[in-house]
Design a protein. Structure first.
Length: 183
């Protein structure tokens, strides 16, 4: 009996459209939407609110000017462009270089903050592009330790990718991390 119930629940969950309530509002004509205030905010409303809360472009350390993303922003490296373009083309809400306030009032600027729409969860993404440079690694390990002390836990709400000159960013790893944490 319990196994039968579990099978029915699994079938229901598999076929359930998380966005079905959103579609009722989104399919309304503009004139009707003016008079309707959704009881539950739509995914788009939640994304807009999240984007307002998580401002990008907060890093004051030099301007990122060399690499322009599909979204029209400038990032500091080719790999950050690859990541930003991947998020953009896969419709993953993100901001580049948001401010992350530490408990001791210092600020850090992770490369990306992303929003898992389905789980309604904020995830930070740090790309370490020079892990073959010892001083870079030491500086960034310290940053990762600061993140951990302040609630960003690797594999939960913090994702890290890395590369060296000999081993560039592997898009398959990016795709797998996105699949695991963001969809």
């Amino acid at each position: 009996m319990l196994l039968d119930m579990q099978k029915r629940l699994d079938k229901f969950i598999k076929g359930f459209d998380d966005d079905s309530i959103d579609h009722v509002y989104e399919r309304m004509c503009t004139g009707r939407k003016i008079f309707v205030n959704p009881i539950v905010p739509t995914s788009q409303m939640r994304i807009e609110k999240w984007m307002e809360k998580h401002k990008g472009g907060e890093n004051t350390f030099g301007e990122a000017t060399e690499f322009k993303t599909l979204r029209g922003e400038y990032v500091r490296s080719k790999s950050e462009k690859i990541l930003a373009d991947y998020f953009f083309t896969n419709q993953i809400p993100y901001q580049y270089e948001p401010r992350f306030e530490l408990d001791d009032y210092r600020s850090k600027y992770p490369d990306f903050v992303l929003y898992n729409v389905r789980k309604r969860k904020t995830i930070y993404w740090e790309h370490l592009g020079k892990v073959d440079d010892a001083s870079y690694v030491i500086r960034n390990m310290s940053k990762l330790m600061d993140y951990e002390k302040n609630g960003l836990i690797l594999g939960d709400n913090l994702i890290v990718t890395m590369e060296t000159l000999e081993r560039p960013l592997d898009i398959r790893i990016v795709e797998e991390k996105v699949r695991l944490f963001l969809v």
